[in-house]
Design a protein around this ligand. Structure first.
Ligand code: SF4
Length: 398
């Protein structure tokens, strides 16, 4: 247990799962009487939740650790997250005073918190952890190899708590959300149970693998009356069959296309987003073009584009044909242009239509069910608000 509750500074890097874990940690810190510090320099305890998905992610986390040591050498520094799991020695090199803790809440003797106190009008709820996949570029199965799922009753309790606290949007997340399983209950079973909970809230799913996004899920979205957002983020990574094979992804581009078609047949309003890794080892100009052309044909609403970076200990790190930096940068730019184009088209299609927004950023902006962030004519309190999107759909009329 902490002797005297210090004020804390918590810095989070990386994905929604890390953000959900940090949100939970904040609730546990609050339950232990710790208040957030006004700045890093004033904190008695500094917790850093790291990411290690790319070389840049490592670099950013290590840079922050060095800064923490400089700005507040007296603070207790606790480091957790994927980099802490993958390379604790790098952390200690950057911050020799750091304490590497895979379960910082436990390490600090923090009490369990019944429900994470949400700070915004959206809350993240981690219902699944771990991946046993074997994608050639990915370090996650090394750092989070064990699959685990939050039992449905516990998930229901958390959702009830968040709904009672007035949180309008709850984002369910996991490393492999589609592998959610507790006994006979799979993801759609969990969703059916959560959707039965009364209250003015909606659910959104974070990233899902294509083979785990089935028609039953699309049916649930279509039949939920907007309570399960018509928005899925399904990573493709490459639209080139040969690159996908080298990546050891468990599907072909043709299967991906067919799945998306099937999902859209059941839920025509689905806004689909995807992830792309550009510059994978051996990727030729022709493969890169093939990939762009396929993705262009998918009618997606936006992309998260990552430039390949070799992760120590992964298969891809030792693969021949690492793409030259100039070519990698050019390809990245082409993808970024395509992403901007897709997002513009998504906005254009929505212009003039009705949507329901959950307010963000102090109520000055809102997030629609199909994942458009819009400015609001006047600030709104947390809740779900029907709006009409203006012509440009950059703003909404309430
Ligand atoms: S599915 Fe592949 S990319 Fe996703 S976490 Fe697992 S190994 Fe990594």
């Amino acid at each position: 247990m902490l002797p005297r509750p210090p004020s804390y500074f918590l810095r989070t890097f990386g994905c929604r799962v890390n953000q959900a874990e940090s949100q939970e940690l904040r609730a546990r810190l609050a339950a232990a009487g710790c208040a957030p510090a006004a700045s890093l320099a004033e904190a008695g305890l500094c917790i850093v939740n790291t990411c290690s998905v790319t070389k840049d992610a490592d670099r950013e986390a290590l840079k922050f650790l060095r800064r923490a040591g400089r700005e507040n050498p007296a603070a207790r520094l606790v480091v957790t997250g994927c980099l802490a799991r993958r390379a604790p020695e790098d952390i200690l090199r950057a911050a020799p005073q750091a304490q590497v803790a895979l379960d910082p809440g436990g390490e600090l003797g923090l009490p369990e918190a019944a429900a994470a106190a949400p700070e915004r009008s959206r809350a993240l709820l981690k219902v699944q952890d771990g991946c046993d996949g074997s994608c050639a570029y990915c370090v996650v199965p090394r750092v989070r190899p064990r699959l685990s799922s939050l039992p449905p009753a516990a998930a229901e309790e958390r959702v009830r708590g968040l709904a009672a606290a007035g949180v309008p949007e709850i984002v369910l997340c996991g490393i492999r959300l589609g592998r959610y399983r507790d006994g006979a209950v799979a993801l759609t079973g969990l969703l059916e149970r959560l959707l039965r909970i009364p209250g003015a809230f909606r659910l959104r799913l974070s990233s899902l693998e294509v083979l785990e996004a089935d028609e039953a899920l699309a049916g649930l979205i279509a039949g939920s009356g907007g309570r399960l957002c018509p928005h899925l983020h399904i990573p493709l990574q490459s639209g080139s069959e040969t690159v996908l094979r080298r990546m050891n992804r468990p599907y072909t581009a043709a299967v991906f296309v067919r799945r998306l078609e099937a999902l859209r047949r059941r839920a025509p309003a689905l806004a689909l987003f995807s992830d792309i890794i550009t510059g994978f080892p051996g990727e030729t100009e022709a493969e890169s073009r093939e990939s762009l052309a396929l993705v262009r044909s998918l009618g997606l609403c936006g992309l998260h584009v990552f430039r390949f970076s070799p992760r120590p200990g992964t298969l891809a790190a030792g693969m021949p044909g690492q793409v030259a930096p100039v070519a990698a940068r050019e390809r990245l730019e082409s993808w970024q242009e395509l992403d901007a184009e897709l997002r513009r088209a998504h906005r254009r299609r929505a212009a003039g239509q009705r949507r329901v927004v959950a307010p963000l950023r102090g109520g000055f902006r809102g997030l629609t069910e199909d994942f458009l962030e819009v400015g609001l004519e006047r600030p709104l309190p947390p809740g779900l608000w029907p709006v009409t999107l203006r012509e440009s759909s950059n703003t909404a009329i309430i």
